[in-house]
Design a protein around this ligand. Structure first.
Ligand code: SAJ
Length: 407
């Protein structure tokens, strides 16, 4: 069997590699020629636990990288699905373009699996019409499938193998065929459903998490006003067998949880009160962090914002992915308040992407009086001796020294 994986980003690349390792012939396609060259030279484009090892194993099997689409009978599309800032609706441009490129070359009866997260109804609204315009009979000439990914950055390889999956198809027969393909690497349950349910369940999963985090963040704000320990309260509440509150933090980043709920808000503006409020609460957290920094500066008579250092630029621990990161959100807010000069360091982000970004942790520490922990990278554990006497604002609840402040 030959499979063309289209889009070699955070989802497409690990998926292509794990399929190749399972013995399936893979063509990985991306329109970014630099990325294709990098992969051809045996170098990875992003950091991920166990990805290097998987890359080596896959490259010794049947995988090739190309800018071209391949003629075959099975395609997996993992291209970006951003949202339009003003309307909060999904921007389907990349998926539509990828589907059309596939249709230009695919074999009759090909299966096109869309893995990218899409808002409910996207395939009916935007993809089926593309096939119909070409006079193709859906379910005969071409089959559409939606198999949303669920893997978490930082633990992608493990989760590719162990997370349950959803396959949305127009017929059980096609669903079963795709299930067989995914069974080559996925050891967990694979559920077959219709396309709309698959689209909706994916968005619902991430929205559920966003709302739960918003609840934790709101509790953190309530507890702050009356000096209660939000972490202790959540820890105790979670001992109840049916309570599972997530953790408060400096905001919600990443390309999933902070994005997907907007699809529902964009499509159902009159019905999404809770979902919209949760989004607003999570988006307000960088401002809350800024307030906490101001409190600590006042208390200690520190006037110069350049004495503040933000630890972490990634959107979460132990990854180098900075998409929608709370630190970038906070820096934007500081910029709007003309608070320039704050120092930044992230051990995983090796490229300079913001002003005053340090590449050496000790140089960074030497320049600052207040350390703001925005991300709980494991890296910090090796430096407790260096930071224990500093003023610290720990937004991730990972250290507890004498001069540590919490969210
Ligand atoms: N966060 C909190 N408090 C928490 C947990 C997370 O503030 O208790 C923050 C994180 O710091 C981060 C953001 O939320 O900024 C999102 O992080 P995450 O680890 O919860 O999720 P993602 O975006 O890395 O990955 C999610 C995963 N979804 C769920 O856990 C439901 C993953 O399984 C999905 O595949 C992925 O989104 C996706 O692609 O949709």
């Amino acid at each position: 069997m030959k499979v063309n994986v289209v889009g070699l980003g955070y989802i497409g690349l690990p998926t292509a590699l794990i399929l190749a390792r399972s013995g399936i012939e893979i063509i990985g396609t991306d329109k970014d020629s630099n990325l294709v060259d990098t992969l051809k030279q045996g170098r990875l484009s992003f950091e991920e636990n166990r990805l290097e090892e998987l890359f080596k194993e896959a490259c010794s099997s049947q995988i090739k990288f190309s800018e071209e689409y391949e003629k075959c009978s099975l395609y997996i599309l993992a291209v970006p699905t951003p949202y339009i800032n003003e309307s909060k609706k999904l921007d389907p441009t990349y998926v539509i373009a990828a589907v059309n490129s596939v249709l230009d070359v695919c074999e009759p009866g090909a299966i096109i699996i869309i893995e990218s997260t899409v808002s409910p109804g996207t395939i009916d609204k935007y993809i089926r019409p593309e096939l119909m315009k070409r006079g193709l009979a859906i379910g005969e000439d071409v089959h559409l499938v939606h198999a949303p990914e669920r893997i978490i950055p930082g633990n992608m390889i493990y989760e590719l193998e162990h997370n349950s999956r959803t396959i949305g198809a127009d017929s059980v027969e096609i669903g079963e065929k795709v299930k067989e393909l995914y069974s080559s690497f996925c050891k967990a349950e694979i559920v077959i459903t219709d396309i709309r349910s698959a689209e909706m369940s994916k968005v619902v999963e991430n929205t559920y998490r966003d709302i739960n985090i918003a609840f934790a963040n709101e509790l953190a704000k309530i507890c702050r006003t009356d000096e209660m320990d939000v972490y202790e309260i959540i820890r105790i509440a979670n001992k109840h067998p049916r309570v599972n509150i997530l953790q408060p933090g400096p905001g919600v980043g990443g390309h999933c949880i902070s994005v997907d709920p907007w699809f529902l808000v964009g499509d159902y503006p009159d019905l999404t009160n809770l979902i919209l409020t949760a989004r607003k609460i999570n988006d307000s957290m960088p401002r809350h962090v800024l307030g906490r920094i101001r409190d600590i500066m006042r208390e200690h008579g520190i006037r110069d914002i350049s004495k503040v250092g933000l630890y972490g630029l990634a959107y979460k621990e132990n990854v180098d992915d900075t998409r929608e990161s709370p630190t970038l959100q906070l820096l934007k807010r500081m910029d709007e308040h003309l608070a320039f000069g704050v120092k930044v360091f992230d051990p995983h982000v090796k490229k300079r992407i913001v002003d005053h970004q340090f590449m050496n942790f000790e140089d960074f520490l030497n320049e600052i009086e207040i350390l703001v922990i925005m991300v709980g990278h494991n890296h910090l554990k090796d430096f407790h001796d260096l930071i224990k006497d500093k003023l610290i604002l720990d937004t991730k609840n990972i250290v507890n020294f004498d001069k540590t402040y919490k969210l």
